[in-house]
Design a protein around this ligand. Structure first.
Ligand SMILES: C[S@@+](CC[C@H](N)C(=O)[O-])C[C@H]1O[C@@H](n2cnc3c(N)ncnc32)[C@H](O)[C@@H]1O
Ligand SMILES: [Zn+2]
Length: 409
């Protein structure tokens, strides 16, 4: 059993080479109310989804993805990571450079703590889970996820090493710090790697020898197996009287600005951890566009029939169901149909190419095709395109609105 090498500073390209089109972040984000501590936050994937949800709920203001608290002025999302490179690539704030085994926060400061795809980097994850339990409010919720040893059998090779936090043992390891542990396992073919290039990127990302990428047939559907562990009630601590927050320094329950709950005085002064606060200078032009280091669209997926909608719906137009989950859409696709627009209102520059794009893995978007001459022989049905973003205007406060389109891939 080994810990996976955390090479995020020595080889950032390895981690960035591939990103799962769907992930547990989408599952847990709607349950998080904050303040949430995102431990091993990396480049901010959870934060980007929280930001999108907050925007849809109409929460405005604040530099944090959950926006301003309805109680107090504190941050609603806080990221922690030990990699300066990852934090530099993470556009969300505040973030704290720290080791997850020694969190620079007070006991009980957070309502939720997440350990998403990170505990296998430690030889022994238990002390980090105990730290998470310590900084969690008495009625708080804990989340961790990881893959199973027999995940991705289509590409894994004989002898791929066990990690220190495989799905097989994860619930038991979490139970070392929590009394109430629930495991939600997944096992199914989720998405294909469509091209040899994608398989190569996937292998690099997952420490699979490069030769394997050349041996398999594409498209390659992977059987994903893993677990999301949810836990509450840290060991040895009673449930509280019903207050959502623990006593602050003054002994009152709640009411303290969350920021005041963060650093443990004495032992972990601000010299031990670095926080950065920065207001976002860009806002997406439409709600379903998520900005950040990796801009992408997020659709509402009907939980009943899987239909995708790019705007907020009260009910599914296909089956009438009323429950939706956010789903990240692929950033590449093909042009299904297009038209070249020659007449528009005076403030719109013509001609431009307006197209219907079928995204890889599902989702249909109407958007402009940019970076091409707006003439018929430059655009063809079936042409591969990739998402691109651009500024569409800046307000008097200097905030830039960002729109999206597609360019030839
Ligand atoms: C696979 S990435 C996951 C990032 C993010 N949670 C996600 O799901 O997209 C693992 C992250 O854990 C961080 N990490 C590794 N060891 C750590 C440690 N001891 N303390 C804090 N963060 C650590 C890495 O720097 C990296 O950003
Ligand atoms: Zn439906």
């Amino acid at each position: 059993m080994t810990a996976l090498p955390p090479d995020y500073d020595s080889d950032p390209g390895r981690w960035q080479s591939w990103e799962s089109p769907q992930d547990v972040h989408e599952i847990i984000a709607p349950d998080l109310r904050g303040p949430v501590l995102d431990v091993g936050c990396g480049e901010g994937r959870l934060a980007s989804i929280l930001a999108e949800l907050a925007r849809r709920r109409g929460v405005v203001g604040g530099s944090s993805p959950l926006g301003q608290a309805p109680f107090g002025d504190g941050a609603r999302w806080v990221g922690v990571d030990s990699s300066p490179t990852q934090l530099a690539a993470n556009p969300y704030r505040p973030v704290v450079l720290a080791d997850m085994r020694a969190l620079p926060f007070r006991d009980g400061a957070f309502t939720e703590v997440t350990h998403l795809w990170c505990l296998y980097h430690l030889d022994d994850p238990a002390p980090a889970i105990a730290e998470a339990a310590r900084v969690l409010a008495p009625a708080g919720r804990y989340y961790a996820c990881t893959a199973a040893r027999d995940s991705d059998p289509e590409i894994m090779y004989e002898g791929y090493p066990r990690s220190s936090f495989d799905a097989e043992e994860a619930p038991e390891i979490v139970a070392s710090a929590f009394d109430e542990v629930d495991a939600q396992r997944w096992d199914g073919k989720f998405f294909p790697l469509r091209t040899r290039e994608e398989v190569r990127a996937y292998c690099r990302h997952n420490f699979v020898p490069a030769e394997r990428a050349e041996e398999v047939a594409v498209p390659l559907w992977l059987t994903k197996r893993g677990v999301l562990v949810r836990a509450g009630k840290p060991r040895g601590r009673p449930w509280p009287c019903g207050d959502r927050f623990p006593a602050g320094p003054s002994g009152r329950c709640g009411g303290e600005a969350v920021r005041n709950l963060l650093f443990r005085p004495g032992r972990d002064g601000p010299d031990r951890a670095r926080t950065e606060d920065r207001m976002g200078e860009q806002v997406p032009y439409v709600g379903y566009l998520t900005l950040g280091s990796d801009p992408h669209l997020v659709a509402s997926e009907c939980r009943s029939c899987g239909s995708l909608f790019l705007d907020r719906r009260n009910a599914c137009a296909n089956c009438g169901a009323r429950e939706f989950s956010p789903r990240r859409l692929a950033s590449e696709g093909v042009v299904r149909a297009f038209t070249i627009v020659h007449r528009a209102t005076p403030d719109v520059k013509v001609p431009y190419v307006s197209a219907i794009v079928d995204l890889d893995g599902g989702g249909v978007v109407k958007a402009n095709i940019v970076d091409v001459d707006p003439v018929p022989d430059q655009v063809t049905p079936g042409m591969r395109v990739a998402l691109t973003t651009f500024g569409v205007g800046t307000d008097s406060a200097g905030t830039e609105a960002v729109g999206f389109g597609y360019r030839p891939a």
